[in-house]
Ligand binder design. Sequence first.
Ligand SMILES: Nc1ncnc2c1ncn2[C@@H]1O[C@H](COP(=O)(O)OP(=O)(O)O)[C@@H](O)[C@H]1O
Ligand SMILES: [Mg+2]
Length: 271
Amino acid sequence: MRLELRHIRHVYSPGTPFQVEALRGVSLSVGPGEVLGIIGGTGSGKSTLVQHMNLLLEPAGGKVLVDAVDATTLKKSELRRRVGLVFQFPEAALFAPTVWEDVAFAPRRLGLEEAEIGDRVRESLALVGADHLKDRSPFALSGGEQRRVAIAGVLAMGPEVLVLDEPTSGLDPASRQDLLRLIRTLRDTGTSVVLVSHDTDEIAEVADRICILEKGEVRAIGSPSEVFYANPDFAPATVSTVAALNETGWDIGHPVRFRETLRALAGLMEG
Ligand SMILES: Nc1ncnc2c1ncn2[C@@H]1O[C@H](COP(=O)(O)OP(=O)(O)O)[C@@H](O)[C@H]1O
Ligand SMILES: [Mg+2]
């Protein structure tokens, strides 16, 4: 799916003393099998923005397009199935007595056959590496396990776009790596992923395109290389290192990912 946001504006508590203009005309798109990374400081509008992707929040202005079709013309349930949104700390919404039942909840509401529901639950749990947890209580799991189960619940809807709001926050390094692997797997099977994070090192490793939000506006959008080298205050450690080297007269190009950067540095040492 191609999901496009055009000139999205959002105002909280309009016309009151508490009015906040959270989004001031944001445009971006994410295509099939693409990972769009969204970064920005606290309060820059990231969470507000992603909640417009399935019209959980309605814009004060602008349009959301799903494969060029105005999203407001689609059924809400259909839109929410196709654009799966995983909130920050999604484990807070786990509720069923077993992991299996929790993940089965959403596909069951779609009115699917029991066999189809079973397939989806199995596949989603396998994707997040949680198949062995299926009979456990979601409340007796570690934080990382709970997070994976919560994500499986959204995957079980079979979304074409998966939107993840700060999915790695509070996770240990191994769980983080698992999650980044999951994102790559989804991308490779044609699912679009929108990944919100304030960890630029992590986003640099998986994103195909980067958007920087600032005060409800797009400050930059483009390839990781373009965006990070032009916005040093958001650059991952690799980019800061290479930029410092390039400034001293070396020129090893504009690598972003860790391996790519290592290769460029190895080339420099051989030369
Ligand atoms: N429910 C809400 N009511 C009023 N203001 C809100 C609400 N949610 C967020 N805001 C405000 O909107 C702005 C953007 O917030 P948010 O989208 O949560 O940013 P981020 O996810 O980048 O931290 C902030 O100024 C925040 O205080
Ligand atoms: Mg947020």
